[in-house]
Design a protein around this ligand. Structure first.
Ligand SMILES: [Zn+2]
Ligand SMILES: [Zn+2]
Length: 201
């Protein structure tokens, strides 16, 4: 399965380069790695960002709180959920490309810049990269039976600085005393003990 993922990943990189998006451009993009995720989540994949570029620091004020955000990162760790690998190659590649867009500066969220790239790629290469996927539809398109499974996260941890939300099924105090936010390096706090969140892409 790992081999198939790497093969499709390389195809995506090549196709994107043909339309002028070079994700191997280390200076602009940084380092990207990709692996399968074992965690039983409903989301298709994720892109964990590391090493923010301090020249791309943005300060926003929201509800009288200062929020620090970074628009560029040097390290990107993409994870694709194992269940996605059961689906059509086309859908797997949509997922890979979705996560690859997150590696581009200013595309860490699903904002306008992300949308611009998704639209351009869909138009040029015939993909169907969306902000949020639809598992039911994708299973149907792959002729696979779809079983609804919702993961309930028990704990919500929040970054004091940038507001990033992290969901965990188990909680250990070390999570907030020893670790820092992966996006901005801020300190973390436990926000609530019982959240009913079903996370997507
Ligand atoms: Zn943070
Ligand atoms: Zn995303």
């Amino acid at each position: 399965m790992e081999e198939k993922l790497n093969e499709l990943y390389n195809q995506c990189l090549q196709e994107l380069r043909k339309i002028g998006i070079d994700l191997r451009d280390n200076e602009t993009i940084g380092n990207i790695d990709i692996k399968l995720s074992n965690r039983g989540t409903k989301r298709y994949g994720c892109c964990k960002q590391e090493k923010p570029d301090f020249e791309f620091k943005m300060v926003q004020t929201m509800n009288n709180r200062r929020i620090i955000k970074y628009e560029k990162f040097h390290n990107h760790h993409i994870e694709i959920s194992k269940w996605v690998m059961e689906l059509n190659d086309e859908i797997i590649k949509n997922t890979i490309i979705h996560e690859l867009i997150h590696c581009i500066p200013f595309c860490n969220n699903h904002g306008s810049e992300f949308k611009k790239y998704a639209t351009y790629i869909n138009e040029k290469l015939g993909y169907n990269v969306k902000r949020v996927g639809n598992p039911k539809e994708d299973y149907q398109n792959s002729n696979k039976e779809y079983k609804e499974q919702i993961i309930k996260y028990k704990y919500k941890i929040i970054c004091n600085q940038c507001g990033q939300e992290i969901y965990r099924q188990r909680f250990n105090k070390k999570l907030i005393t020893r670790y820092k936010c992966g996006k901005c390096g801020g300190s973390l706090r436990l926000f609530s003990e019982s959240v009913d969140k079903d996370k997507k892409v």
